[in-house]
Structure formats: C-alpha cells, structure tokens
Design a protein around this ligand. Sequence first.
Ligand code: BV8
Length: 233
Amino acid sequence: MEKPRSIVILTGAGISAESGIDTFRDAGGLWEQHRVEDVATPEGFARDPELVLGFYDMRRAALANVRPNAAHEALARLDAEFSGELLIVTQNVDDLHERAGARRVLHMHGELKSALCSSCEMRSPWDAPMSADEAGARPPCPVCQAPSLRPDVVWFGEMPYQMERIYRAIRKADLFVSIGTSGAVYPAAGFVRDARDLGARALELNLERSEGSHWFHESRQGRAGELVPEWVE
Ligand code: BV8
C-alpha cells in the first residue's frame, strides 16, 4: 500500500497492559474484581457512590507507579513525524499516550485525571482522591465548590465524548489501526466497519484474535510492545 495520507488509530487497555495497568477482560482484569454493573454505570454510582469513587481513586493513584511502554512511545514518534492527518482515539482513561509525548490524542471514554461536577457540569484537571475523607466530606468542585464531583469517565449507557470529531476523522482515513482492544464495547467496536465501508485499509494489532478480527484486512497477534514499534518503523 502506498504511504497513507490520513490515519485513525484506536487503542484499548491492551496497549497499557505491559505498563502494568490491568485490562478489563483478561484473567484478573479490573472487571473481575468488581461487577461492571456496579462500578461503570450511572446506576452503580447512584447506588453506591463511595464504592465507585474508591474504584476510580485506586486506578488514578496507580498511574503514579506506571510508565508508558514501547508501544506508547512508538505512537508518539509517529505523531511527531507523520505529516499527514493522524488521530489516536483511545478508549483508555490513563494518561500514558500523553506521557509518552503523543499530542493528537482523543479520550472517547474520558480520563482518570479529570473530574466532572454533577452540579455545574464543568470538567477540571484532577489528580487526588474523590471519595469522602474521614470526616465524610467530599472534595469541592474547583469551579462551583459543590461537593458533587464524579470521575470524568464515560460509563455504560453514557454518550462517549467527541463522537462527531471521531467520525469526521474516520471519513477521511485511508488507514485504520486497532491496537489492544477486545472489540467488545460499542460504538468503538464498530469503528472498523465504518472505516472499511469508507474505503480505509484496516489493521489489527492485538495479543489474540478479538471479537472484531474478521472485520480487518490484516490481524497480527502479539504484544503491543513488539508489534507497534515494528509497525511504526
Ligand atoms: C453508548 C470507561 C449510547 C470507564 C468504558 C448491546 C449491543 C451493542 C451495544 C450495547 C448493547 N447493550 C449496551 C450497549 C452499549 C454499550 C456496550 O457496548 N455494551 C457492551 C458490553 C455490549 N456501550 C455503551 O454503553 C457506550 N455508550 O452506547 O451510548 C448512547 C447514545 C445516545 C445517548 C446516550 C448514550 C459507552 C461504553 C463506555 C463504557 N466505558 N470505559 C472505565 O475505564 O472504567 S468501557 C471499557 O471496556 C474500555 O473503555 C473499552 O471501551 C472497553 C473494552 O475494553 P478494552 O479496552 O478492549 O480492554 P479489554 O480488557 O476488553 O481487552 C483488552 C485486549 O487487549 C484483549 O483483546 C487482549 O487480548 C489485548 N491485550 C492484552 N494484553 C496485550 C493485549 N494486546 C496487545 N499487547 C498486550 N500486551
């Protein structure tokens, strides 16, 4: 294939696995410790806010102990060197793409290091616990001071962020690359079909075949830390 002019890259938990961040569905993954219905839905948050806030506090705090891996670093090099259109759409809520130096990153499911206020609906950078302190007080929203912060992540049943911007990029893409995702959750899992229908070439780089592998022109199995630098070079 001649050099692509416009690339969309979709990443999932598998790209951060070698950095030591649990994936969702692999054995011992995040969901195994908590039922997804309990911690990644608005209903779960309404039912037990402290359980959900604690789940995200733990994951946010863990970011201090992990570093980007060779896959994040390869994508950051691509971002710096590729003169065409490039968008890294990540389902991940960690900050490893940015810490590797990537700039054209879109977090469609939000970010651990951001807080959303249920009162004023403003989002603020956040890197502290959100659950109540020993006096039972929740931290105030940096904008309106209300004690109504929630994790700025997209839960099941909630609309992912910047979908129009993502579909605009997919419409222009002549290459769609999916890295480290099980293809289990929509609308992200459907992007490969949209890209193919619009004429893009579709490549999957994943540890094992995923639910969507059959939609890709090419699917390579292996660790992202090896496959991504190989592909970027
Ligand atoms: C919406 C953020 C509508 C929070 C997440 C029935 C049919 C179709 C759809 C639905 C349905 N019922 C409900 C739905 C919709 C639902 C959905 O898709 N459900 C699924 C379960 C069927 N989707 C939604 O609700 C979405 N919203 O549809 O809104 C709407 C419309 C209008 C108005 C309002 C609303 C929102 C979904 C977002 C949920 N939030 N995360 C948080 O992080 O806590 S989802 C979460 O799981 C991730 O963000 C990601 O999106 C998803 C999948 O996880 P992966 O990243 O793929 O990780 P996983 O562990 O699954 O896989 C890891 C992969 O890596 C594996 O394949 C493994 O082999 C590989 N791997 C491991 N190690 C390595 C590796 N690869 C390479 N190298 C390695 N070393």
